[in-house]
Design a protein around this ligand. Sequence first.
Ligand SMILES: NC(=O)c1ccc[n+]([C@@H]2O[C@H](COP(=O)([O-])OP(=O)(O)OC[C@H]3O[C@@H](n4cnc5c(N)ncnc54)[C@H](O)[C@@H]3O)[C@@H](O)[C@H]2O)c1
Length: 368
Amino acid sequence: MEEIGVIGLGRLGICLALNLEKTGYVVLGYDISTDCVDAINNKSFKSSEPLVEEYLKRASHLIATTSITTILKSDAEIIFIVVPTPSLPSNEYSHRAIDEILLQLQAFGIQKKTKHIVINSTVMPGYCDSIKNSLAELNYTVSYNPEFIAQGSIIEDQQYPDQVLIGETEKEVGDKIESIYHKLCKNKPRYCRMSLISAEITKLATNCFLTTKIAFANAIGDIATKANAEPDKILNAIGADSRIGEKYFKYGFGYGGPCFPRDNKAFKHFADKINYPMCLAHSTDEANQLHADFIENSWKERYSLDSPIVFDSVTYKKGTDIIEESQQLKLAVSLARQGYNIVIKESKKVVEQLSQHYPNLFSLQINE
Ligand SMILES: NC(=O)c1ccc[n+]([C@@H]2O[C@H](COP(=O)([O-])OP(=O)(O)OC[C@H]3O[C@@H](n4cnc5c(N)ncnc54)[C@H](O)[C@@H]3O)[C@@H](O)[C@H]2O)c1
């Protein structure tokens, strides 16, 4: 059986590792977190992502380790990197975790047989080109292969992608990556192969377009509400036009979560850096905030200070446990701080996060 490496076994990495294992690879997974590695190896790993615990229980060829040399010494020709790239105050991504791995590759020394590094983490356009020469000196190639998945359906989204995006420097390496997805995917996605920087731009531009689409739908919904018209019927009709499409085109809370807001801002940062004023990304951000203000004002008109306001979910997307950049939570926090009586019914994991971040601000109830 062919070996393959996955560095970073967090929300995205564990799903990729399990899908690769299910596809028939022996997966060597490296993570700096001992807890994460132990939990994977003794099969007690907990995840709110569907199928993760089930796939892990059945996985017999996934070996997690806290030693990167296990992967570097192995026969694995392809090594995916799925480590965090948090946003900096400038809105760029921090590549620190990837840079740390590169230092470990350097310390290990030159590989006798070429290995292929495939970066899945979201990076700023230009990053992969900036590291390719130093990696080449150690006998590694670099490719960029970001994924378009949604929290709450990561495993399935990896199996049924619309497109597989591959930024490559050599055709043969792109072919190897493509062949992995031919085995992994249960559908027939479009394979989009291009240069490293083109793939980096594609990843950010896709999310920038989606945020624009969501913000546009919400702006039309707000206008329709103000004009006593029918927001849902209007958006349903616009979305029926096949040039537009109905996905991400509903009236609701603004976009949030760990990807959309930061990809949109990072894309604007990149455009600014090359002297292109990407006003769309900026306006989208503003529109998302205007919509949040619109919702808050309408809730304040609807509710009085003494009647409880019940939130069934405050995560950025119902069914996940992610509160990062959640518009629902921002609304709950703002109303609570203005004296409204906010009741939140959520899963145990979310309630724990809320009690830690916002002690005594809400009435919290655990959903069974
Ligand atoms: N989660 C998603 O849905 C999603 C979607 C698209 C893109 N991404 C991108 O994928 C990347 C990873 O995201 P995530 O949500 O899986 O992050 P995460 O924080 O859930 O997991 C990252 C994992 O990497 C490990 N790690 C950190 N530094 C490391 C190092 N130096 N060496 C080895 N392991 C290290 C951490 O211990 C953790 O287990 C990010 O760049 C993110 O933007 C994530």
